[in-house]
Design a protein around this ligand. Structure first.
Ligand code: HEC
Length: 133
């Protein structure tokens, strides 16, 4: 192979790498629709979800109650929910290598940071909807 061809090939591989890098999931904006699916799938086991007739668990605040909280900390709590009780017992975040801490009596929830972003997009949409009521 000639040196010129070799260099050309090198540039092409580099370009392909760049294209692939730009195509990573993170290039997409967080999706509230995806977040809603995740919340209905995972969180509705305990939390009452807006627009759904799930029962939830009595002592567990509903998503609607939480996004309407008078305290402005409600959003921080959603962002860090996996580190707030009772969640560390059953939630694992892939990239953070958090390990659930509880005994295997509750089905584990495994989420990525990307999915946390989607959940946040969903609760932000809920807040827009419910905080003005
Ligand atoms: C196994 C039951 C269970 C599941 C599943 C669950 N939660 Fe919770 N969550 C709770 C309980 C119970 C509380 C109330 C804790 C308290 O008041 O001390 C809570 C509280 C919260 C709070 C408020 C935290 C605070 O300290 O004020 C947020 C935010 C939250 N949950 C988000 C989520 C999200 C997001 C999911 C789904 C990815 C989820 N939860 C799944 C049981 C659950």
């Amino acid at each position: 192979m000639s040196a010129v061809l070799g260099r050309l090939l090198g540039v092409m591989v580099l370009l392909m790498g760049l294209v692939q890098f730009a195509g990573l999931g993170y290039a997409q904006a967080p999706s509230a629709a995806q977040g809603e699916k995740l919340a209905n799938f995972h969180c509705s086991r305990c939390h009452v979800m807006p627009g759904r007739n799930n029962m939830g668990i009595g002592s567990t605040p509903s998503f609607k109650t939480m996004v309407r909280s008078k305290s402005s900390a409600w959003r921080d709590k959603f962002e860090a929910f996996f580190s707030l009780a009772p969640h560390p017992a059953f939630v694992t975040i892939k990239e953070m290598r958090t390990e659930r801490t509880g005994p295997a009596i509750i089905a584990p929830i495994i989420l990525s940071l990307r999915e946390i972003d989607d959940l946040m997009a969903y609760v932000d949409a809920l807040a827009t909807e419910f905080r003005k009521q």
